[in-house]
Ligand binder design. Structure first.
Ligand SMILES: Nc1ncnc2c1ncn2[C@@H]1O[C@H](COP(=O)(O)OP(=O)(O)OP(=O)(O)O)[C@@H](O)[C@H]1O
Ligand SMILES: [Mg+2]
Length: 315
């Protein structure tokens, strides 16, 4: 498999007069071609720092990163020509219309006038922005401006796309039109690094996940890889009939109204299902959501931060 991005021992320390902060610590990560990588982590985890280094707008302070086989420090121009980025909190130039923004972006990347015009029209339509094509950016709402930024990078021929919270502030339908554009880009074998706090979004789109916390990579791999490394990959909902004693030691128990929610391991889940069947009790179960995985992995890391006890993962 061709690796489109490879980080080796990547580190970044921000220094200022009288202080410093380690935003990335020894991160090893690779992203194969055609994959959507969901880059997850709490506020301040280091996601934007990672994206900015990959997009050649920030230098690492240790380790290295290659994008499309080029070193991001020594061959920044080669990398820039073949990637496209939506930085976190960026806004388009306010005096240009939505159509002009996409067209000029494509022209700047070397497309002909007619190519740029056609591509801009199609991408704006895909993102349900056609009716805003001739409206100046300063007259668009925040969410519409964000979608115009998405249209700019999606319309380009860039092989690797970095989207730093592209859907923050978008309404649920607009988010879905962005999801469709991301899926289409992935089906064209483009590689996408997607940062998001919406874990349903990461779950719907990502082939691979990487979870950062405090600048360290806590877990990476396919969603199944990550699920296989937590203690409680199953969520069981019990509608009464089980005593506290029966559930003791099986996992993490939470009561929600009349229902009992249990996060547990595969074996324990099977055993509970057998018992429920024998005793005619109502039970439902399934793998935990990405949000539950995130809470288990990052939550454990935080609670163990100052203790030398068991790590967050099962193995
Ligand atoms: N220019 C800077 N100078 C000093 N510290 C910085 C700078 N930029 C970021 N940091 C710090 O580095 C850490 C990582 O920041 P980063 O922006 O990469 O986080 P993030 O994961 O993108 O967070 P969010 O989800 O809030 O966007 C944070 O603790 C932040 O305060
Ligand atoms: Mg960020």
């Amino acid at each position: 498999m061709t690796e489109m991005l490879v980080a080796r021992g990547l580190g970044r320390i921000y220094r200022w007069r009288g202080g410093q902060h380690e935003a990335l610590v020894n991160v090893d990560l690779s992203v194969p071609k055609g994959v959507v990588l969901g880059l997850l982590g709490r506020n301040g985890a280091g996601k934007t720092t990672f994206v900015r280094i990959a997009a050649t707008s920030l230098m690492p302070t240790s380790g290295s990163m290659e994008v499309l086989g080029h070193d991001v420090v020594h061959a920044a121009a080669e990398v820039r020509a073949r990637i496209a980025v939506i930085p976190q909190e960026s806004r388009p130039f306010y005096w240009m219309t939505a159509g002009e923004l996409v067209e000029y972006y494509l022209r700047m990347r070397g497309e002909t006038v007619s190519q740029a015009r056609n591509q801009a029209r199609d991408t704006l339509a895909e993102l349900e922005l056609s009716r805003w094509k001739d409206v100046q950016a300063n007259r668009l709402s925040g969410g519409l401006r964000r979608r115009v930024m998405v249209a700019m990078v999606m319309a380009s021929d860039a092989e690797v796309l970095f989207l730093d919270e592209p859907t923050t502030g978008l309404d649920p339908l607009a988010r879905r039109s962005v999801w469709n554009a991301i899926r289409r880009a992935a089906s064209e074998r483009r590689t996408i690094v997607l940062t998001t706090h919406y874990l349903d979004e990461a779950e719907a789109l990502s082939d691979r996940l990487a979870i950062l916390e405090g600048g360290r990579l806590l877990a990476s791999g396919t969603p199944a890889d990550i699920a296989s490394r937590v203690r409680h990959p199953y969520r069981v909902t019990l509608e009464g009939g089980f005593s506290e004693k029966e559930l003791e030691g099986l996992g993490q128990v939470t009561h929600v109204g009349a229902k009992t929610l249990l996060f547990t391991g595969e074996e324990q889940a099977r055993e509970l299902a057998r018992t429920a069947l024998e005793k005619g009790r109502r039970i439902s179960m399934g793998p935990v959501s990405l949000e539950d995985l995130f809470v288990q992995i990052v939550g454990k890391e935080i609670s163990h931060e100052d203790e030398e006890t068991e790590g967050p993962l099962a193995s």
